[in-house]
Design a protein around this ligand. Structure first.
Ligand code: HEC
Ligand code: HEC
Length: 366
């Protein structure tokens, strides 16, 4: 073989090799979502509630965040901006992704969706990825059902966003920027309701709060005042205010067991979509999920029906307002006395402790 012929063959091999290389790499280059690195804070549960068919990715969370705040998800698209709703209308970051006591859409403790108030008060979206006991006040969403299902319900419910899913999909798909985000998150530009649900659920799961002053204190990064520490002791002792059986403490860092209790709010029981409506077990009459104490100072109004506007009202209830019924949970040890009957200075200490659970970083606008 002549030298020229050998050179030609060598060149041809190089070109074919390069083409092969490019060919092989083309597909993965197009669709390579980055796994989302969910940091599990120290002492938090390590079992996460993430469905196998919706792993979290950086691109999916970013898309979900944008959709969560987008009023194009609402049924009303008219010119009255106060009627344009998104998830963030009722789940406001500044209020720990709860509705907040000054929200203009509140009506008697419950947020008003597109066509009237919701049946219950809103819940804070915080550390939900660690909850494996059931979502909503009564835990109706559990097992096969997950946050993806809550997203669909919120978009379509008359008392929430009241939107038509086909119209939502069409509005989002009309935006080229969104289509590019769908491609990055799911591999193709196709906008579907299933993908919208998945992306928003990923974003909701990314909302982790574990940097309150109390956390910083546990990590040895800051000191708490004597009053705040006194409040913590009251919170976590039976002789004190006895809150920890249901709302946790340092050993239960979610500051809730995520279990369901009747906490003596009412003597007469107009069971309203309570835990009993899910289980049919009479022991669950008037029982609701114990909400987290994290960011509690900013996440009012309080209780499933939003009956208390301030923490002071809540503490007054636990101090002297307990209502007897046979359904009250045995953990409500102060029931026979009608409450904990703390001194005003102890109540102030308890409140000071609850205030240390606000995570400023989590609630700041970004
Ligand atoms: C009009 C107010 C309103 C809007 C808008 C709204 N929600 Fe909610 N959300 C609520 C209420 C009220 C609850 C509690 C319902 C219950 O348990 O009965 C809730 C509960 C939830 C929960 C369960 C939290 C838990 O701890 O169990 C999730 C998740 C959630 N909403 C996500 C969303 C998403 C995502 C959107 C947007 C697609 C949205 N919500 C829009 C009012 C609203
Ligand atoms: C037997 C369990 C139990 C005990 C003990 C208990 N709670 Fe609760 N707590 C609940 C339940 C359940 C709810 C929700 C009830 C409802 O909405 O109907 C709740 C609601 C609350 C809320 C309102 C949360 C929100 O987001 O709306 C606060 C604040 C609160 N509790 C603080 C305390 C404090 C402080 C103590 C101790 C003095 C205490 N709890 C003792 C079970 C308990």
């Amino acid at each position: 073989m002549s030298r020229r012929a050998a050179d030609r063959i060598a060149w041809a091999c190089c070109v074919v090799g390069l083409l092969l290389l490019v060919g092989c790499h083309k597909k993965p280059l197009e669709y390579q979502p980055t796994p989302y690195d969910l940091q599990i804070p120290k002492h938090f549960p390590t079992l996460l509630n993430i469905p196998a068919d919706n792993p979290m990715t950086v691109e999916g969370v970013a898309l979900g965040k944008r959709l969560f705040h987008d009023t194009q998800l609402g049924g009303y698209q008219g010119s009255d901006m106060s009627r344009r709703l998104s998830c963030a209308t009722c789940h406001d970051r500044q209020h720990g992704y709860d509705v907040g006591p000054d929200n203009p859409r509140l009506q008697e403790g419950r947020p008003c969706g597109a066509n009237g108030p919701t049946r219950h008060n809103a819940l804070p979206l915080c550390n939900l990825v660690f909850n494996r006991e059931g979502y909503l006040w009564n835990g109706a969403v559990s097992g096969e059902k997950n946050i993806e299902d809550i997203v669909l319900a919120a978009i379509t419910a008359e008392d929430e966003l009241a939107a038509d899913t086909a119209e939502v999909v069409a509005r989002i798909a009309a935006d080229p920027e969104y289509r590019e985000m769908f491609r990055k998150a799911f591999g193709t530009e196709a906008v579907t309701m299933d993908r919208i649900q998945k992306a928003i659920a990923q974003y909701v799961r990314s909302l982790v709060s574990a940097n309150s002053r109390f956390d910083q204190y546990l990590r040895g990064e800051t000191q708490l005042s004597e009053q705040e520490l006194r409040g913590y002791v009251l919170f976590t002792t039976e002789e004190g205010a006895d809150c920890f059986h249901c709302h946790g403490g340092a050993g239960t860092p979610l500051f809730t067991t995520n279990q369901f209790y009747n906490n003596a709010l009412d003597a007469t029981l107009a069971a309203d979509n309570d835990r009993y409506s899910v289980t049919g077990d009479p022991q669950d009459i008037g029982a609701y999920r114990a909400p987290t104490m994290r960011n509690i100072a900013v996440s009012g109004p309080y209780m499933h029906d939003g009956r208390f506007r301030t923490l002071d009202e809540v503490l007054e209830f636990y101090n002297s307002g307990l209502q007897y019924s046979e359904y009250v949970h045995p953990y409500m040890h102060k029931l026979p006395d009608g409450g904990a009957h703390l001194t005003p200075s102890d109540i102030a200490a308890l409140k000071a402790f609850l205030n240390t659970l606000t995570d400023e970083e989590f609630i700041q606008e970004n």
